[in-house]
Write a protein that binds this ligand. Structure first.
Ligand SMILES: [Mg+2]
Length: 327
């Protein structure tokens, strides 16, 4: 009979990925890692807690994917290429079925991005998952929140609001069982970190952020850090067919503006680089939509196509319960 920690080690002692820049990986007191010359190391950490960031009883394989994905998304938002990751797990007990599923989801995404697991820690307690991720970005080329300038065009990757609506579906508050609802739950549980887009945006985008707390909040971080304002055209917000089928119209815009957990990128591009952006889009691996413009006047203005202001209803119908995402 394996001890609890031997059991955990079975799933995390070996990384599917073996990188040449890892002098020493899992197994000693610390990993030894080589940062290439001319490169800055981007480092980020995110913790997911049961009942706060994910629903109790969540599928372990999806959790393994998501715990890594939200960190890779932060690297993407910096224009950094992911390299290494460490994992700290707090578990109520060593449930082998849970560990096997979690490891499968985690290692599959790490393998897809060439990321090596280089260390970790396990403790006993209420279920909580901390992942720290490290990536490379050529010195001076990182995409910062503070770099937006008046006149920049504002873009987002993919579609917005899917995860927020997926949470409603997961909680049984949308017509259950439909194909659309299942797809939206997938967007909540298995977000796609926009790594390729982040890398392609180096040298093109001024500012970038990943959308973890909703477009309004995260674009707000860019505006605050850059000391600028913006106008966003609500009819331009990119919405998926599944989203439109279940939440079209004005209530839909409110969800697309405020719901978190989509992990798309929001970024700003100077007009002079529009042609460069058009050429780079082929490398994104996803769609990209222009939604507005950065302005000198502080604050975020939401406009309809008619030119009138869009005023979201306070506490719009879809936010009874909200998972927290602090990334
Ligand atoms: Mg972030």
């Amino acid at each position: 009979m394996l001890s609890e920690f031997a059991l955990i080690e079975r799933y995390f002692a070996h990384s599917a990925v073996q990188r040449g820049d890892v002098a020493l990986g899992v197994g000693d007191d610390a990993a030894l890692l080589r940062v290439p010359p001319g490169v800055e190391l981007a480092a980020t950490v995110d913790t997911l807690i049961e009942g706060v960031h994910f629903l109790p009883g969540a599928d372990p394989e999806s959790l393994g994917h998501k715990a890594l994905a939200v960190n890779l998304s932060d690297l993407a938002a910096m224009g950094a290429e992911p390299a290494w990751v460490s994992l700290a797990l707090t578990l109520p007990g060593a449930d082998e079925r849970w560990l096997e599923g979690f490891a499968r989801g985690f290692h599959a995404l790490a393998g897809a991005h060439g990321v090596q697991l280089v260390g970790g820690d396990t403790t006993r307690g209420a279920l909580s998952i901390s992942v720290q991720a490290f990536g490379f970005v050529p010195a001076g080329e990182a995409l910062r929140r503070s770099a937006a300038r008046p006149g920049d065009l504002i873009y987002v990757t993919g579609t917005l609001g899917d995860a927020g609506l997926g949470l409603e579906a997961a909680l049984g508050r949308l017509a259950a069982g439909s194909e659309q609802a299942a797809w939206l739950v997938g967007r909540l549980n298995r977000p796609t970190p926009r790594i390729a887009a982040g890398l392609a945006l180096r040298g093109i985008a001024h500012a970038a952020i990943d959308i973890s707390d909703g477009l309004r909040a995260d674009l707000g971080h860019i505006l605050a850090a850059s000391g600028v304002g913006a106008t966003v055209h609500v009819e331009r917000l990119p919405l998926s067919p599944a989203f439109i089928a279940l939440a079209g119209g004005e209530a839909g815009w409110e969800v697309a503006l405020s719901a978190g957990d989509d992990y798309e990128l929001c970024f700003t591009v100077p007009v002079a680089r529009e042609a460069q952006l058009a050429r780079a889009l082929a490398d994104f691996g996803c769609a990209c939509t222009r939604i507005g413009v950065i302005e000198e006047q502080p604050g975020l203005r939401l406009l309809r196509a008619s030119g009138s202001a869009f005023v979201p209803e306070a506490g719009g119908g879809y936010e009874h319960f909200r998972l927290q995402s602090d990334g």
